[in-house]
Design a protein around this ligand. Structure first.
Ligand code: ZN
Ligand code: ZN
Length: 280
């Protein structure tokens, strides 16, 4: 007599890993990388350097400070003009609208480094370093949306949930740089910082959950890690073990030498009244 054993049901994280690549994200990512590489064929003007840095800061702050610390974790509140500015910043790099981003991120905190986590290096380094995003479609996203009902409270979040509207700031950036400096301006000033940001952001999901690349101050139940060499380009979000230990705190760097530019910006914004109710 044979005894049939039933395999346990697959978790969402496992199902996503096994899913086929989602074509829209894949096409967009391939195009972005191609355009960033094509910048190397275009003349570089000195004015591009500050513009590229400004675009990087805008997009990185919109991800690390706004999507992560403000929208996902509610560590502080921000004023209407700053909120608008940072929400537009989230659309420039097409990294995921606020509702979608917060849904995935809150799911990550609930299921960190278990098979049900959707971007853990448990599923492989390359998977955490970006491939996971190619598996995220509406069906996979559906269970995560239950975690972000509150994120619908802002009208621009609701607008940006529509991909046709979410893409408008990106198109406006293309039009602006093209008008100013032609295709060289578009490729250098938009696509180069954008592609750098994609990899830096994903590096928090990969290296930031691999203890051999950093250190752990807290024995959290996940494998989150403080990665000092990622602190500058992530504007502080690489103090990821500190963050997993205290997800409700606005600052991720906890000592004077743990460089956390987003924390410094929040401190300055608080002084001038642009943010309030900061959970330090
Ligand atoms: Zn977080
Ligand atoms: Zn994490």
């Amino acid at each position: 007599m044979t005894v049939e054993t039933q395999a346990p049901p697959m978790t969402l994280g496992d199902r996503m890993k096994a899913a086929p690549w989602e074509p829209t994200t894949t096409i967009i990512r391939v195009l972005e990388h191609t355009l960033a590489l094509l910048a190397l064929t275009q003349p570089m003007k000195p004015i591009f350097w500050p513009v590229m840095l400004g675009m990087y800061l805008w997009m990185c702050m919109s991800t690390g400070m706004y999507l992560h610390r403000i929208v996902s974790h509610r560590c502080l509140e921000c004023s209407a003009p700053l909120r608008f500015f940072l929400t537009i910043g989230t659309a420039l790099n097409l990294g995921g609208d606020p509702i979608r981003w917060a849904a995935v991120h809150r799911w990550h905190h609930v299921h960190s480094d278990t098979p049900n986590d959707v971007h853990t290096p448990v599923h492989g380094f390359h998977y955490a370093q970006g491939f996971w995003a190619h598996k995220l479609d509406a069906v996979m996203l559906e269970p995560m949306l239950n975690l972000v009902k509150d994120v619908h409270d802002y009208w621009l979040h609701r607008w940006f949930y529509n991909p046709n509207i979410y893409v408008l700031p990106h198109l406006l950036a293309i039009a602006t740089f093209y008008t100013l400096w032609g295709w060289a301006g578009v490729l250098w000033c938009l696509y180069v910082p954008l592609v750098v940001l994609i990899h830096i952001t994903h590096a928090v999901n990969s290296f930031g959950h691999m203890p051999r690349f950093g250190s752990r101050r807290y024995e959290t139940r996940d494998t989150s890690t403080n990665v000092w060499w990622l602190a500058l380009p992530t504007l502080g979000d690489a103090w990821h073990n500190n963050h997993h230990a205290h997800p409700g705190k606005a600052g991720h760097g906890e000592t004077w030498w743990e460089l956390d530019l987003n924390k410094a910006f929040i401190w300055a914004f608080e002084k001038v009244g642009l943010v309030r109710k900061v959970v330090w």
